[in-house]
Ligand binder design. Structure first.
Ligand code: NAP
Length: 341
């Protein structure tokens, strides 16, 4: 049976990726598309590469008729979804790509995002959207909070060894790098070509908003409070993300914990011990590759995790969650191999 899909925030980078992926999905039909500044335009006007798909025009969010919609993707800036979600009828399942439903504690949301949460009761109801780690909860949820891209890259590598007791919860350092599309399509001076080209910059040191999600999920996995050091960097490439993670643990045990949990997963590969993944090997795909290397300092391990921030870090993972929520084949629309070179 065909499922009818709405995408709110369809004119942004993650919205465009959802459209590209759903175009190959055998059981989903895009029935409604909404935007803000771009409302009233045709998809081909904002995404020339998708003009041939015969998609509905972009309308204002208020104009979306949810009567026939089975599932809505909210590809919106944080602070918009939590106010909007109550206007979506209860029969519609929701995958929110923003940060609005990732934090379970309203106080943590206030601290990290500087505003009151508009639907605190739904914060608890929402499942955290990383299928390989939380598949059962996602299957039962009406609202899924797709994880942030830095957070997916880090948690896919850290949660299994923390759960297995193969890593110490103390002293975890996450050194992460993102392509520029991670900042979205809206105009920002810091993202102009001359500001990012031929440079490499750290930002958000000791205070990036994703630390709230990281603390929450790493502590849950370890069964003890975890405060990892996390430093994101901006790299002059369009897409791609890497987390180089330093932690205390035995490399063989860490590798074993990861290889065991991901052995039957279609989208996560654990490389042979000592091999190191590259962003170019997962580009435009829903894949995450993880490498484990024993550090020269005894008892320390280095993990390297890579994914495409717009696919496994956002829209691909959101589609994977949607497939699970709708009882569809989990890999539908997601099997394209990475693009190389
Ligand atoms: N980019 C990534 O790699 C990435 C990865 C993981 C998670 N995320 C998260 O996913 C969400 C979307 O990211 P993105 O990169 O796609 O952002 P984006 O390119 O800036 O797109 C934002 C979309 O939201 C619409 N919008 C903006 N303000 C709105 C409002 N007040 N009401 C209704 N619609 C509004 C925009 O419409 P107009 O363009 O027409 O104004 C646009 O379609 C964000 O919360 C982001 O943090 C992004």
């Amino acid at each position: 049976m065909e499922r009818k899909i709405a995408i709110l925030g369809a004119s942004g980078y993650t919205g465009g990726e959802l459209l590209r992926l759903i175009a190959t999905h055998p059981q989903m039909r895009v029935a409604a598309l909404a935007a803000e500044r771009n409302a009233g335009r045709r998809v081909g006007e904002v995404f020339a590469h998708l003009a041939h798909l015969g998609l509905p025009d972009l309308v204002k969010t208020e104009a979306v008729d949810f009567a026939d919609i089975d599932l809505a993707f909210l590809a919106l800036p944080h602070g918009v979804s939590h106010a909007l979600v109550r206007r979506i009828p209860a029969h519609v399942k929701v995958v929110d790509l923003s940060a609005d439903f990732r934090l379970r504690d309203p106080e943590a949301y206030r601290r990290w995002y500087g505003q009151e949460h508009g639907a605190p009761d739904l914060q608890h109801e929402a499942a955290f959207g990383i299928p390989e780690l939380y598949r059962d909860r996602i299957a039962r949820a009406r609202i899924v909070a797709n994880s942030g891209c830095y957070v997916a890259t880090s948690l896919l590598a850290l949660v299994p060894p923390l759960r297995a007791g193969a890593l110490a919860p103390e002293g975890i350092v996450i050194d992460a790098k993102s392509g520029v599309s991670g900042a979205g399509r809206a105009l920002k001076e810091a993202m102009l070509y001359c500001e990012v080209n031929e440079g490499f910059a750290a930002y958000g040191l000791a205070g990036h908003r994703h630390m709230g999600e990281l603390d929450q999920e790493l502590s849950l996995a370890a069964g003890a409070p975890v405060q990892a050091s996390f430093t994101p960097h901006l790299v002059p490439m369009s897409r791609g993300m890497m987390a180089t993670i330093y932690a205390c643990g035995d490399a063989a045990r860490v590798h074993c914990a990861l290889a065991d949990i991901y052995k039957d997963e279609p989208f996560v590969s654990v490389l042979p011990p000592g091999e190191v993944p590259q962003t170019r090997h997962v580009r435009a795909s829903n894949r995450c590759h993880i490498g484990v290397v024993a550090d020269r300092a005894p008892g320390r391990v280095i993990l390297v995790s890579v994914l495409d921030n717009l696919v496994k870090g956002a829209s691909g993972q959101a589609l994977q969650c949607a497939n699970i929520m709708l009882g569809l084949e989990e890999t539908a629309g997601l099997t394209l191999a990475p693009v190389f070179p």
